[in-house]
Design a protein around this ligand. Structure first.
Ligand SMILES: Cc1cc2nc3c(=O)[nH]c(=O)nc-3n(C[C@H](O)[C@H](O)[C@H](O)COP(=O)(O)OP(=O)(O)OC[C@H]3O[C@@H](n4cnc5c(N)ncnc54)[C@H](O)[C@@H]3O)c2cc1C
Length: 471
Protein backbone atom coordinates (compact mmCIF):
# COMPACT_ATOMS: atom_id res chain seq x y z
CA UNK A 1 0.00 0.00 0.00
CA UNK A 2 1.11 3.57 -0.71
CA UNK A 3 2.74 4.90 2.45
CA UNK A 4 3.24 8.62 2.94
CA UNK A 5 3.54 9.01 6.66
CA UNK A 6 6.56 8.22 8.84
CA UNK A 7 7.20 8.70 12.56
CA UNK A 8 8.63 12.18 12.00
CA UNK A 9 5.46 13.34 10.27
CA UNK A 10 3.31 11.78 13.01
CA UNK A 11 5.41 13.74 15.52
CA UNK A 12 4.78 16.98 13.62
CA UNK A 13 1.04 16.26 13.45
CA UNK A 14 1.01 15.50 17.18
CA UNK A 15 2.69 18.83 17.88
CA UNK A 16 -0.08 20.62 15.92
CA UNK A 17 -3.08 18.72 17.27
CA UNK A 18 -1.98 17.55 20.71
CA UNK A 19 -1.44 13.87 21.60
CA UNK A 20 -5.00 13.32 22.85
CA UNK A 21 -6.53 14.19 19.49
CA UNK A 22 -4.52 12.06 17.10
CA UNK A 23 -5.24 8.40 16.40
CA UNK A 24 -2.77 5.82 15.11
CA UNK A 25 -4.01 2.73 16.97
CA UNK A 26 -4.52 0.12 14.21
CA UNK A 27 -7.46 -1.40 16.15
CA UNK A 28 -9.36 1.89 15.99
CA UNK A 29 -8.34 3.20 12.56
CA UNK A 30 -10.73 0.79 10.81
CA UNK A 31 -13.71 2.83 12.07
CA UNK A 32 -12.47 5.73 9.93
CA UNK A 33 -12.09 3.75 6.71
CA UNK A 34 -15.69 3.74 5.49
CA UNK A 35 -18.98 5.60 5.40
CA UNK A 36 -22.56 4.26 5.15
CA UNK A 37 -22.01 2.64 1.73
CA UNK A 38 -22.64 -1.03 2.42
CA UNK A 39 -19.92 -2.88 0.49
CA UNK A 40 -16.78 -2.76 2.59
CA UNK A 41 -14.48 -3.59 -0.33
CA UNK A 42 -14.22 0.15 -1.07
CA UNK A 43 -13.05 0.83 2.49
CA UNK A 44 -9.48 2.01 3.09
CA UNK A 45 -7.82 2.29 6.47
CA UNK A 46 -6.06 5.64 7.01
CA UNK A 47 -2.58 5.90 8.52
CA UNK A 48 -3.66 8.55 10.99
CA UNK A 49 -6.81 10.39 12.06
CA UNK A 50 -6.58 13.90 13.45
CA UNK A 51 -9.32 15.75 15.34
CA UNK A 52 -8.48 19.47 15.07
CA UNK A 53 -9.97 21.90 17.59
CA UNK A 54 -10.13 24.96 15.37
CA UNK A 55 -9.47 26.51 11.98
CA UNK A 56 -5.86 27.26 12.91
CA UNK A 57 -5.14 23.55 13.49
CA UNK A 58 -6.88 22.58 10.22
CA UNK A 59 -4.73 25.14 8.44
CA UNK A 60 -1.52 23.82 10.02
CA UNK A 61 -2.41 20.20 9.10
CA UNK A 62 -3.14 21.15 5.48
CA UNK A 63 0.06 23.18 5.27
CA UNK A 64 2.06 20.18 6.46
CA UNK A 65 0.21 17.71 4.21
CA UNK A 66 0.71 19.92 1.17
CA UNK A 67 4.42 20.27 1.87
CA UNK A 68 4.87 16.48 2.13
CA UNK A 69 2.30 15.54 -0.57
CA UNK A 70 0.11 13.55 1.86
CA UNK A 71 -3.54 12.92 0.88
CA UNK A 72 -6.11 14.43 3.29
CA UNK A 73 -9.72 13.29 3.46
CA UNK A 74 -12.17 15.52 5.34
CA UNK A 75 -14.71 13.57 7.38
CA UNK A 76 -17.96 14.77 8.91
CA UNK A 77 -20.60 12.38 10.29
CA UNK A 78 -19.62 9.63 7.78
CA UNK A 79 -23.28 9.21 6.85
CA UNK A 80 -22.44 9.57 3.15
CA UNK A 81 -23.75 6.87 0.83
CA UNK A 82 -21.13 6.79 -1.94
CA UNK A 83 -17.72 6.48 -0.24
CA UNK A 84 -16.96 10.23 -0.29
CA UNK A 85 -15.09 10.22 3.03
CA UNK A 86 -13.30 6.90 2.46
CA UNK A 87 -9.66 7.93 2.87
CA UNK A 88 -7.20 7.86 0.02
CA UNK A 89 -4.51 5.17 0.53
CA UNK A 90 -1.75 6.24 2.86
CA UNK A 91 -3.41 9.41 4.01
CA UNK A 92 -4.68 11.55 6.85
CA UNK A 93 -8.33 11.62 7.87
CA UNK A 94 -9.29 15.08 9.07
CA UNK A 95 -12.26 14.52 11.37
CA UNK A 96 -14.09 17.78 11.96
CA UNK A 97 -16.42 16.89 14.83
CA UNK A 98 -14.70 19.16 17.36
CA UNK A 99 -15.59 22.28 15.34
CA UNK A 100 -19.01 22.26 16.94
CA UNK A 101 -19.78 25.86 17.91
CA UNK A 102 -23.16 27.39 16.94
CA UNK A 103 -24.12 31.07 17.21
CA UNK A 104 -27.62 32.18 16.26
CA UNK A 105 -27.98 35.76 15.08
CA UNK A 106 -31.72 36.35 15.49
CA UNK A 107 -31.60 39.90 14.17
CA UNK A 108 -30.24 38.80 10.79
CA UNK A 109 -31.89 35.35 10.95
CA UNK A 110 -28.53 33.68 10.31
CA UNK A 111 -26.61 30.95 12.11
CA UNK A 112 -22.84 30.73 12.21
CA UNK A 113 -21.93 27.07 12.64
CA UNK A 114 -18.71 25.10 12.80
CA UNK A 115 -18.24 22.28 10.26
CA UNK A 116 -18.62 19.68 13.02
CA UNK A 117 -22.09 20.71 14.21
CA UNK A 118 -24.46 17.78 13.66
CA UNK A 119 -27.76 18.27 11.85
CA UNK A 120 -29.50 17.24 15.09
CA UNK A 121 -27.72 19.86 17.23
CA UNK A 122 -28.13 22.48 14.52
CA UNK A 123 -31.88 21.91 14.21
CA UNK A 124 -32.30 21.94 17.99
CA UNK A 125 -30.38 25.21 18.41
CA UNK A 126 -32.38 26.85 15.62
CA UNK A 127 -35.70 25.69 17.07
CA UNK A 128 -34.68 26.79 20.57
CA UNK A 129 -34.14 30.26 19.09
CA UNK A 130 -37.71 30.17 17.70
CA UNK A 131 -36.51 29.89 14.10
CA UNK A 132 -36.65 27.30 11.32
CA UNK A 133 -34.12 25.54 9.09
CA UNK A 134 -36.21 23.76 6.44
CA UNK A 135 -33.82 21.20 4.85
CA UNK A 136 -33.74 17.92 6.70
CA UNK A 137 -31.61 15.52 4.71
CA UNK A 138 -32.08 12.21 6.43
CA UNK A 139 -29.51 11.15 8.97
CA UNK A 140 -29.25 13.59 11.87
CA UNK A 141 -25.63 12.71 12.66
CA UNK A 142 -24.52 14.29 9.36
CA UNK A 143 -22.46 17.43 10.03
CA UNK A 144 -22.71 20.93 8.58
CA UNK A 145 -19.41 20.54 6.66
CA UNK A 146 -20.51 17.22 5.13
CA UNK A 147 -24.00 18.50 4.32
CA UNK A 148 -22.47 21.44 2.46
CA UNK A 149 -19.71 19.38 0.80
CA UNK A 150 -22.36 17.03 -0.67
CA UNK A 151 -24.98 19.74 -1.31
CA UNK A 152 -27.45 17.55 0.57
CA UNK A 153 -31.11 17.71 -0.36
CA UNK A 154 -33.85 15.80 1.43
CA UNK A 155 -37.58 15.64 1.00
CA UNK A 156 -38.36 19.28 1.78
CA UNK A 157 -36.54 20.54 -1.35
CA UNK A 158 -39.89 20.83 -3.18
CA UNK A 159 -40.77 24.01 -1.34
CA UNK A 160 -37.53 25.07 0.27
CA UNK A 161 -34.66 23.81 -1.88
CA UNK A 162 -31.52 21.99 -0.70
CA UNK A 163 -28.59 23.07 1.45
CA UNK A 164 -27.17 25.35 -1.29
CA UNK A 165 -30.19 27.63 -0.95
CA UNK A 166 -29.31 28.35 2.70
CA UNK A 167 -25.53 28.79 2.67
CA UNK A 168 -24.66 32.50 2.70
CA UNK A 169 -21.01 32.33 3.67
CA UNK A 170 -18.22 29.83 4.24
CA UNK A 171 -14.90 29.59 6.00
CA UNK A 172 -12.62 27.32 3.98
CA UNK A 173 -9.05 26.17 4.48
CA UNK A 174 -7.29 25.74 1.14
CA UNK A 175 -4.81 23.00 0.29
CA UNK A 176 -1.73 25.00 1.34
CA UNK A 177 -3.32 26.09 4.63
CA UNK A 178 -4.56 29.54 3.61
CA UNK A 179 -8.00 30.49 4.96
CA UNK A 180 -10.66 32.24 2.86
CA UNK A 181 -14.15 33.45 3.81
CA UNK A 182 -16.33 33.83 0.70
CA UNK A 183 -19.83 35.27 1.26
CA UNK A 184 -21.11 36.48 4.65
CA UNK A 185 -24.22 37.49 6.55
CA UNK A 186 -25.79 39.08 3.50
CA UNK A 187 -28.29 37.81 0.98
CA UNK A 188 -27.21 39.41 -2.29
CA UNK A 189 -23.81 39.50 -3.92
CA UNK A 190 -22.69 40.31 -7.46
CA UNK A 191 -19.06 40.51 -6.58
CA UNK A 192 -17.08 38.56 -9.12
CA UNK A 193 -17.14 34.77 -9.42
CA UNK A 194 -19.14 33.03 -6.71
CA UNK A 195 -16.38 30.99 -5.08
CA UNK A 196 -18.64 30.06 -2.17
CA UNK A 197 -20.93 28.10 -4.46
CA UNK A 198 -17.98 26.18 -5.92
CA UNK A 199 -17.30 24.62 -2.53
CA UNK A 200 -20.92 23.51 -2.11
CA UNK A 201 -21.04 19.97 -3.48
CA UNK A 202 -17.24 19.77 -3.99
CA UNK A 203 -16.94 16.68 -1.72
CA UNK A 204 -13.78 17.83 0.03
CA UNK A 205 -11.78 18.17 -3.21
CA UNK A 206 -11.39 21.98 -3.32
CA UNK A 207 -10.89 22.91 0.32
CA UNK A 208 -11.86 21.98 3.87
CA UNK A 209 -14.97 23.77 5.12
CA UNK A 210 -14.46 24.83 8.74
CA UNK A 211 -17.55 26.98 9.22
CA UNK A 212 -20.63 28.34 7.51
CA UNK A 213 -23.12 31.18 7.69
CA UNK A 214 -26.59 29.71 7.22
CA UNK A 215 -29.85 31.49 6.46
CA UNK A 216 -32.75 30.72 8.76
CA UNK A 217 -36.48 31.32 8.38
CA UNK A 218 -39.54 32.11 10.46
CA UNK A 219 -41.13 28.95 11.86
CA UNK A 220 -44.40 27.92 10.19
CA UNK A 221 -47.18 27.65 12.77
CA UNK A 222 -48.83 24.55 11.37
CA UNK A 223 -47.44 21.33 9.90
CA UNK A 224 -49.64 18.49 8.65
CA UNK A 225 -48.97 15.14 6.91
CA UNK A 226 -51.31 13.36 4.52
CA UNK A 227 -51.02 9.70 3.54
CA UNK A 228 -52.77 8.96 0.27
CA UNK A 229 -52.90 5.45 -1.25
CA UNK A 230 -53.28 4.81 -4.98
CA UNK A 231 -53.95 1.59 -6.88
CA UNK A 232 -50.78 2.04 -8.96
CA UNK A 233 -47.64 4.11 -9.40
CA UNK A 234 -48.84 6.04 -12.47
CA UNK A 235 -51.94 7.44 -10.76
CA UNK A 236 -49.87 8.47 -7.74
CA UNK A 237 -47.12 10.21 -9.72
CA UNK A 238 -49.61 11.81 -12.11
CA UNK A 239 -51.41 13.32 -9.15
CA UNK A 240 -48.19 15.03 -8.03
CA UNK A 241 -48.16 16.88 -11.37
CA UNK A 242 -51.69 18.05 -10.96
CA UNK A 243 -51.10 19.03 -7.37
CA UNK A 244 -48.05 21.16 -8.13
CA UNK A 245 -49.81 22.60 -11.19
CA UNK A 246 -52.66 23.77 -8.94
CA UNK A 247 -50.43 26.29 -7.22
CA UNK A 248 -50.21 24.42 -3.89
CA UNK A 249 -46.58 23.94 -2.90
CA UNK A 250 -46.21 21.21 -0.27
CA UNK A 251 -43.10 21.03 1.91
CA UNK A 252 -42.58 17.44 0.73
CA UNK A 253 -44.20 14.96 -1.64
CA UNK A 254 -42.83 11.45 -1.26
CA UNK A 255 -43.92 8.29 -3.04
CA UNK A 256 -43.40 4.93 -1.42
CA UNK A 257 -44.46 1.35 -2.11
CA UNK A 258 -46.54 -0.67 0.32
CA UNK A 259 -43.87 -3.43 0.20
CA UNK A 260 -41.26 -1.40 2.09
CA UNK A 261 -43.92 0.18 4.31
CA UNK A 262 -45.09 -3.24 5.52
CA UNK A 263 -41.53 -4.39 6.22
CA UNK A 264 -40.87 -1.18 8.18
CA UNK A 265 -44.11 -1.54 10.18
CA UNK A 266 -43.03 -5.01 11.23
CA UNK A 267 -39.50 -3.81 12.04
CA UNK A 268 -40.73 -0.90 14.20
CA UNK A 269 -43.93 -2.48 15.56
CA UNK A 270 -45.76 0.65 14.42
CA UNK A 271 -48.77 1.03 12.13
CA UNK A 272 -48.91 3.05 8.91
CA UNK A 273 -52.41 4.53 8.57
CA UNK A 274 -53.45 2.81 5.33
CA UNK A 275 -52.86 -0.53 3.61
CA UNK A 276 -54.86 0.19 0.47
CA UNK A 277 -53.43 0.07 -3.06
CA UNK A 278 -49.74 -0.34 -3.96
CA UNK A 279 -48.18 3.14 -4.01
CA UNK A 280 -48.71 5.81 -1.38
CA UNK A 281 -48.03 9.53 -1.43
CA UNK A 282 -46.85 11.17 1.77
CA UNK A 283 -47.55 14.88 1.49
CA UNK A 284 -46.34 17.35 4.12
CA UNK A 285 -47.91 20.80 4.22
CA UNK A 286 -46.99 23.85 6.26
CA UNK A 287 -48.99 27.01 6.79
CA UNK A 288 -49.05 30.22 8.79
CA UNK A 289 -52.13 29.07 10.74
CA UNK A 290 -54.75 26.34 11.17
CA UNK A 291 -57.39 28.00 8.99
CA UNK A 292 -55.02 28.24 6.02
CA UNK A 293 -53.86 24.70 6.76
CA UNK A 294 -57.45 23.35 6.69
CA UNK A 295 -58.12 25.06 3.35
CA UNK A 296 -54.89 23.69 1.90
CA UNK A 297 -55.35 20.12 3.16
CA UNK A 298 -58.91 20.01 1.81
CA UNK A 299 -57.75 21.27 -1.60
CA UNK A 300 -54.99 18.62 -1.68
CA UNK A 301 -57.42 15.87 -0.67
CA UNK A 302 -59.88 16.95 -3.37
CA UNK A 303 -57.21 16.89 -6.11
CA UNK A 304 -56.00 13.46 -4.99
CA UNK A 305 -59.51 11.97 -4.85
CA UNK A 306 -60.32 13.38 -8.31
CA UNK A 307 -57.22 11.61 -9.59
CA UNK A 308 -57.88 8.15 -8.24
CA UNK A 309 -56.78 8.27 -4.60
CA UNK A 310 -58.34 5.37 -2.69
CA UNK A 311 -58.64 7.37 0.52
CA UNK A 312 -57.01 10.34 2.26
CA UNK A 313 -55.61 10.05 5.76
CA UNK A 314 -54.76 13.33 7.48
CA UNK A 315 -52.31 13.26 10.39
CA UNK A 316 -53.43 16.47 12.06
CA UNK A 317 -52.04 16.03 15.55
CA UNK A 318 -48.34 15.94 16.49
CA UNK A 319 -48.75 12.33 17.73
CA UNK A 320 -50.23 11.06 14.45
CA UNK A 321 -47.64 12.98 12.46
CA UNK A 322 -44.76 11.58 14.48
CA UNK A 323 -46.02 8.05 13.85
CA UNK A 324 -46.24 8.55 10.09
CA UNK A 325 -42.85 10.28 9.86
CA UNK A 326 -41.24 7.64 12.09
CA UNK A 327 -42.24 4.87 9.68
CA UNK A 328 -41.12 6.86 6.59
CA UNK A 329 -37.77 7.81 8.13
CA UNK A 330 -36.97 4.26 9.30
CA UNK A 331 -37.42 2.49 5.95
CA UNK A 332 -33.65 2.74 5.47
CA UNK A 333 -32.99 1.02 8.79
CA UNK A 334 -35.62 -1.66 8.21
CA UNK A 335 -34.09 -2.82 4.92
CA UNK A 336 -30.47 -1.80 5.57
CA UNK A 337 -29.13 -5.28 6.30
CA UNK A 338 -29.94 -6.42 2.75
CA UNK A 339 -29.22 -3.11 0.96
CA UNK A 340 -26.21 -2.90 -1.32
CA UNK A 341 -26.66 0.68 -2.48
CA UNK A 342 -29.10 3.59 -2.34
CA UNK A 343 -29.08 5.37 -5.68
CA UNK A 344 -30.23 8.99 -6.00
CA UNK A 345 -30.92 9.63 -9.65
CA UNK A 346 -32.65 12.92 -10.42
CA UNK A 347 -35.02 12.98 -13.40
CA UNK A 348 -37.46 15.59 -14.66
CA UNK A 349 -40.62 15.17 -12.58
CA UNK A 350 -42.69 14.11 -15.57
CA UNK A 351 -40.29 11.18 -16.11
CA UNK A 352 -40.60 9.58 -12.66
CA UNK A 353 -43.27 7.03 -13.56
CA UNK A 354 -41.48 5.99 -16.77
CA UNK A 355 -38.18 5.68 -14.93
CA UNK A 356 -39.66 3.59 -12.11
CA UNK A 357 -41.37 1.34 -14.66
CA UNK A 358 -37.98 0.81 -16.36
CA UNK A 359 -36.40 0.03 -12.95
CA UNK A 360 -39.07 -2.64 -12.44
CA UNK A 361 -38.13 -4.19 -15.82
CA UNK A 362 -34.44 -4.11 -14.84
CA UNK A 363 -35.39 -5.81 -11.57
CA UNK A 364 -37.12 -8.64 -13.44
CA UNK A 365 -34.24 -8.98 -15.94
CA UNK A 366 -31.59 -9.34 -13.23
CA UNK A 367 -33.70 -11.11 -10.60
CA UNK A 368 -32.88 -8.57 -7.85
CA UNK A 369 -35.39 -6.67 -5.74
CA UNK A 370 -35.03 -2.93 -6.52
CA UNK A 371 -37.51 -1.09 -4.29
CA UNK A 372 -37.81 2.48 -5.53
CA UNK A 373 -39.23 5.39 -3.62
CA UNK A 374 -38.38 8.97 -2.95
CA UNK A 375 -38.97 12.60 -3.60
CA UNK A 376 -41.83 12.71 -6.12
CA UNK A 377 -42.06 16.47 -5.80
CA UNK A 378 -38.56 17.12 -7.13
CA UNK A 379 -37.81 14.06 -9.29
CA UNK A 380 -35.12 12.60 -7.00
CA UNK A 381 -35.65 8.86 -7.04
CA UNK A 382 -34.07 6.42 -4.57
CA UNK A 383 -33.73 2.99 -6.10
CA UNK A 384 -32.27 0.54 -3.59
CA UNK A 385 -30.15 -2.25 -5.01
CA UNK A 386 -30.87 -5.20 -2.72
CA UNK A 387 -29.11 -8.50 -2.15
CA UNK A 388 -32.48 -10.06 -1.60
CA UNK A 389 -35.80 -10.93 -3.20
CA UNK A 390 -39.16 -9.75 -1.95
CA UNK A 391 -41.53 -12.68 -1.58
CA UNK A 392 -44.85 -12.93 0.23
CA UNK A 393 -44.32 -9.72 2.16
CA UNK A 394 -40.86 -10.74 3.38
CA UNK A 395 -37.25 -10.05 2.49
CA UNK A 396 -35.52 -13.23 1.32
CA UNK A 397 -31.72 -12.85 1.37
CA UNK A 398 -29.82 -14.16 -1.66
CA UNK A 399 -26.48 -15.95 -1.63
CA UNK A 400 -23.61 -13.72 -2.78
CA UNK A 401 -23.23 -15.72 -5.99
CA UNK A 402 -26.69 -14.52 -7.03
CA UNK A 403 -26.14 -10.76 -6.62
CA UNK A 404 -22.43 -9.98 -6.69
CA UNK A 405 -21.94 -10.24 -10.45
CA UNK A 406 -25.08 -8.23 -11.25
CA UNK A 407 -24.43 -4.93 -9.49
CA UNK A 408 -22.53 -3.12 -12.28
CA UNK A 409 -25.07 -4.11 -14.93
CA UNK A 410 -28.00 -3.02 -12.74
CA UNK A 411 -26.38 0.34 -11.97
CA UNK A 412 -25.45 0.91 -15.56
CA UNK A 413 -28.96 0.05 -16.88
CA UNK A 414 -30.56 2.39 -14.34
CA UNK A 415 -28.14 5.25 -15.05
CA UNK A 416 -28.62 4.85 -18.82
CA UNK A 417 -32.36 5.17 -18.36
CA UNK A 418 -31.94 8.26 -16.16
CA UNK A 419 -29.74 9.84 -18.81
CA UNK A 420 -32.19 9.06 -21.62
CA UNK A 421 -34.83 10.92 -19.65
CA UNK A 422 -32.65 14.03 -19.23
CA UNK A 423 -31.68 13.25 -15.64
CA UNK A 424 -28.45 13.10 -13.68
CA UNK A 425 -26.77 10.33 -11.66
CA UNK A 426 -26.81 12.14 -8.31
CA UNK A 427 -29.46 14.51 -7.01
CA UNK A 428 -28.19 14.79 -3.43
CA UNK A 429 -25.64 12.19 -2.28
CA UNK A 430 -22.69 13.17 -4.48
CA UNK A 431 -20.35 11.08 -6.62
CA UNK A 432 -17.67 9.91 -4.15
CA UNK A 433 -16.00 6.68 -5.18
CA UNK A 434 -19.05 4.63 -6.05
CA UNK A 435 -20.47 6.76 -8.85
CA UNK A 436 -17.12 7.87 -10.27
CA UNK A 437 -17.10 5.26 -13.08
CA UNK A 438 -20.47 6.61 -14.29
CA UNK A 439 -19.72 10.34 -14.26
CA UNK A 440 -19.23 10.52 -18.03
CA UNK A 441 -22.77 9.20 -18.51
CA UNK A 442 -24.02 12.52 -17.14
CA UNK A 443 -21.33 15.09 -17.89
CA UNK A 444 -19.78 15.66 -21.32
CA UNK A 445 -15.96 15.56 -21.63
CA UNK A 446 -15.68 19.36 -21.74
CA UNK A 447 -17.48 19.77 -18.41
CA UNK A 448 -15.26 17.15 -16.79
CA UNK A 449 -12.17 18.83 -18.25
CA UNK A 450 -13.27 22.22 -16.83
CA UNK A 451 -13.88 20.62 -13.42
CA UNK A 452 -10.43 19.05 -13.47
CA UNK A 453 -8.95 22.47 -14.31
CA UNK A 454 -10.76 24.06 -11.35
CA UNK A 455 -9.53 21.30 -9.02
CA UNK A 456 -5.95 21.87 -10.19
CA UNK A 457 -6.21 25.60 -9.41
CA UNK A 458 -7.40 24.95 -5.85
CA UNK A 459 -5.23 21.92 -5.18
CA UNK A 460 -2.15 21.92 -7.43
CA UNK A 461 -0.48 19.07 -5.53
CA UNK A 462 -3.57 16.84 -5.52
CA UNK A 463 -3.75 16.26 -1.75
CA UNK A 464 -7.46 16.98 -1.15
CA UNK A 465 -9.59 13.83 -1.11
CA UNK A 466 -7.85 12.35 -4.16
CA UNK A 467 -9.71 9.68 -6.14
CA UNK A 468 -13.18 11.15 -5.49
CA UNK A 469 -15.59 12.44 -8.18
CA UNK A 470 -12.97 11.86 -10.94
CA UNK A 471 -9.28 10.89 -11.17
C1 LIG B 1 -30.33 7.06 6.88
C2 LIG B 1 -29.74 8.05 5.91
C3 LIG B 1 -30.59 8.96 5.30
C4 LIG B 1 -30.07 9.88 4.41
N1 LIG B 1 -30.92 10.76 3.82
C5 LIG B 1 -30.44 11.72 3.02
C6 LIG B 1 -31.32 12.67 2.41
O1 LIG B 1 -32.53 12.64 2.59
N2 LIG B 1 -30.77 13.61 1.61
C7 LIG B 1 -29.43 13.69 1.38
O2 LIG B 1 -29.00 14.58 0.66
N3 LIG B 1 -28.58 12.79 1.92
C8 LIG B 1 -29.05 11.82 2.72
N4 LIG B 1 -28.18 10.91 3.28
C9 LIG B 1 -26.75 10.95 2.96
C10 LIG B 1 -25.87 11.75 3.94
O3 LIG B 1 -26.48 11.93 5.18
C11 LIG B 1 -25.49 13.09 3.31
O4 LIG B 1 -24.71 12.87 2.15
C12 LIG B 1 -24.73 14.05 4.25
O5 LIG B 1 -24.69 15.30 3.63
C13 LIG B 1 -23.32 13.61 4.57
O6 LIG B 1 -22.84 14.38 5.67
P1 LIG B 1 -21.67 13.81 6.61
O7 LIG B 1 -21.31 14.85 7.59
O8 LIG B 1 -22.06 12.50 7.13
O9 LIG B 1 -20.51 13.70 5.52
P2 LIG B 1 -19.43 12.54 5.32
O10 LIG B 1 -20.11 11.28 4.94
O11 LIG B 1 -18.51 12.52 6.47
O12 LIG B 1 -18.66 13.12 4.04
C14 LIG B 1 -19.32 13.32 2.83
C15 LIG B 1 -18.39 14.07 1.86
O13 LIG B 1 -18.17 15.39 2.32
C16 LIG B 1 -16.77 15.62 2.54
N5 LIG B 1 -16.67 16.46 3.74
C17 LIG B 1 -17.15 16.17 4.98
N6 LIG B 1 -16.91 17.21 5.79
C18 LIG B 1 -16.25 18.15 5.07
C19 LIG B 1 -15.73 19.44 5.35
N7 LIG B 1 -15.83 19.98 6.57
N8 LIG B 1 -15.10 20.12 4.36
C20 LIG B 1 -15.00 19.59 3.12
N9 LIG B 1 -15.47 18.38 2.80
C21 LIG B 1 -16.10 17.67 3.75
C22 LIG B 1 -16.16 14.25 2.70
O14 LIG B 1 -14.79 14.24 2.36
C23 LIG B 1 -17.01 13.45 1.73
O15 LIG B 1 -16.56 13.64 0.41
C24 LIG B 1 -28.68 9.93 4.15
C25 LIG B 1 -27.83 9.01 4.76
C26 LIG B 1 -28.35 8.08 5.63
C27 LIG B 1 -27.41 7.11 6.28
Amino acid sequence: MTKHINDRIIGELRAIIGPAHLLTDPHKLGDYGHDEFALREIACIPEVVVFPADTGQVSAVLGLADAYGIPVTPRGGATGLCGGCVPAPGGIVLSLGRLSRIDIDGENRMAVAGAGVTLKDFTTAVEDAGLYFPPHPGDESAMIGGLIATNAGGSRAVKYGGIRNYVRGLEVVLAGGEVIRPGGKFIKSSTGYNLMNLFIGSEGTLGVITGAVIQLMARPLSLRSLVIPFAGLEAAVDTVHRLLGSGIVPVAVEFVGLDVISITEEYLHKRWPSHEGTTHLLIILDAAGEEEQDRQSQAVAAICLENGALEVYIADTPGKQDEVLAVRSKIYEAIKAETIEIMDISVPRAEIAGHVRRVQEISRTHGLWLPTFGHAGDGNVHTHIMKARYEGGRIVPLPESEWRGKIDAVRSDIYQDGRKRGGTISGEHGIGLVKKPYLSLTLDPKQIELMKGIRKVFDPNGILNPGKIFD
